[in-house]
Ligand binder design. Sequence first.
Ligand code: ZN
Length: 327
Amino acid sequence: MREVIQCLIDWLDSEPSDEKGHRILRALAQESLKKAGFDESKRRFTADEIVAAVGVSIETTDPKKWIDWPGSLKKYCETREPQIIEFARKRGLSHYPQPDRKSTKGGPGRLTTFYIKAEPVPEITEEDHVVVDDLAGSNAVELKANYQMTELGEVKPSWLASWLFRHGQVELRQWHVWGLLGWLATIGVFAVLIAYAGWLSLSVSRPVTTSDLTLLISIFVIPYGAWVTIIKPWILLLDDRIVVAHELFTNFYEQSAQFELLRDGDLRVIRLVRYSAACPICGATIYLEKGEPDYRRRLVGRCYESPREHVFSFDRITRCGRLMVDR
Ligand SMILES: [Zn+2]
């Protein structure tokens, strides 16, 4: 049992987050680990105990409402269960951790409790990949792509980024983030200043030369270039949590990779990973690419063999994708 609970803690560590579900799971796992040697009946915790372990003040919140088992916690665990199962499987465990609730009919001294149980890791079945024969009738059977994420450090960064992503990820503390924002602002201000200086030197009336034309063009090109190549990708990463990593950052031989942002309090983790899946239509590999021009600002899974037709949606939490056909 100790290994199973430890497995949950390690999985939580591998996916840092400051979401409520994440914090509750961690508190439940840590409290359970302290009592791992005991029988299951001793490893149950009331809502009050969990909320106290999370570190939320009981005076201001109703613990039961805050935990919200059916609404948030259960859903949170269910959608991430495939990831946890995969994590346990890679460790060679026969069981994986699953939180559960024991509800009572109420009454004094009978409180609803939460605990972690060990569920057997399911066997890998052939039915996971539904093979569809005729695409014409595909409305009946939904084509699904199951994405897998590479191990940390599996995607090799280019020499340009290798000092940053030595272990596949880089951890940013608060001052790093401020430094980064300051750096971006400096670049932005510089680009605007250069353009402004160019504009000033052009407003002196004199015969137009070819160097003036070059200057005129660079007035627009420099700020635009700085925005597109340096500032915008960072803003998109902070906003969208996952973006396509530019080829400058990955090894020449690597397929498309992504930068993913995880946040836990004031810690930010950027990791270089690759999500891929087997194409349920043709069996080739699906890689994540930009959704443009059909799906603006979305990452979609594109089949390596048929990138414009075998297009799948992508959800980084459920790691599932559906065939996108609305055109
Ligand atoms: Zn395909």
